[in-house]
Design a protein around this ligand. Structure first.
Ligand code: MG
Ligand code: MG
Ligand code: MG
Length: 309
């Protein structure tokens, strides 16, 4: 019985490298596990592709359907972000750093969820607890994920544990300059040249159930908002199209990583509700929210409150 380790849909670098990391740990402990992801390598986001290449990591195998499989979940525990038929799979482990989701099990299982900035940070502790050395290439992947998820330590989700994990993993991975690694990832992540607007919207996108209403939140992390100035109308049209497909609201976070804030593009049945959620005023089709960097910590909780969840 092979444990299929997978991260969330529209996988980001943490979902990809945590799947690789947990599979490596399980293998080192004598279990049969393999890394999977809800994507083909061709469709994988550019940041994760760069990370896999940089550290010589093999891409996880595509797994879109979990029916009948034994699975371990990393970086999520929401059914809405799981492979198809997750309720027909046997979930044996969850390693995460998000709010606990709605996956349930018939047996007691290993769950390790910590309020830190990245699954990679949790995994690094698990390697240490198990007395297993993190392989060099895997350490590079986990290191990259922590830098990505914490936006190079700038996100409010970042904790001292994340910084400590980076300090350890950079040595193992042989990376001297983590700022340079982050900028290489940001360049790949924020390149919009020739990418269709809808693909950009879905590059880092999650749907949430907000009190029975479907709400989608995408995020583009940018070195400057100028990068999307010429395609704003296209992005708005894409958001409208996605909203028309049964959603109450679609938000697109255009996050300026240098200025540390987000221009929030809003397409909603209830704009006033979104304004009240973030205490701002929509100017045209978007509103600037100073300091907003994290969907998980600064967007989803406020939305949940506004929607009465
Ligand atoms: Mg993630
Ligand atoms: Mg993560
Ligand atoms: Mg993320």
């Amino acid at each position: 019985m092979t444990i299929h380790v997978t991260g969330h849909s529209n996988p980001d670098t943490d979902s990809v490298t945590a799947a690789i990391g947990l599979a490596a740990l399980l293998n080192a402990q004598g279990q049969d596990a393999k890394a999977c992801m809800q994507s083909t390598l061709a469709d994988l986001n550019p940041e994760s592709t760069v990370v896999l290449e940089r550290f010589g990591l093999a891409a996880p195998e595509e797994m879109m359907d979990a029916a009948g499989k034994t699975v371990a979940l990393v970086d999520f525990s929401d059914i809405g972000q799981a492979p198809a038929n997750i309720t027909d799979a046997e979930v044996v482990t969850i390693v995460d750093h998000h709010k606990v989701g709605d996956v349930t099990t018939n047996q007691p299982i290993l769950v390790r969820v910590e309020p830190v900035g990245c699954t990679g940070t949790v995994l690094n502790k698990m390697f240490k607890d198990a007395g297993v050395a993190v392989p060099k290439d895997v350490a590079g992947g986990m290191l990259s994920a922590i830098l990505s998820d914490t936006v190079n330590f700038k996100s409010p989700t970042c904790t001292d544990d994340d910084k400590a994990a980076v300090a350890e993993l950079k040595v193992t991975a042989g990376v001297d300059d983590t700022d340079a690694l982050f900028m290489d990832m940001l360049k790949a992540k924020s390149s919009v040249d020739g990418v269709p607007a809808k693909d950009l919207l879905f590059r880092d996108y999650k749907d949430f159930d907000m009190n029975g209403k479907k709400v989608g939140v995408g995020q583009l992390e940018l070195a400057t908002l100028d990068q999307v100035a010429a395609i704003r109308d296209d992005l708005l049209a894409a958001a409208k199209e996605v909203k028309a497909d049964g959603r109450h609201t679609v938000l697109l976070m255009l996050t300026d990583v240098v200025k540390e804030g987000t221009d929030l593009v809003v397409v909603s049945d209830d704009e006033a509700l979104i304004e009240s959620a973030f205490g701002g005023k929509i100017d045209g089709t978007s509103m600037w929210v100073d300091g907003m960097m994290s969907r998980k910590k600064q967007v989803v909780p406020d939305l949940q409150k506004a929607f009465g969840c």
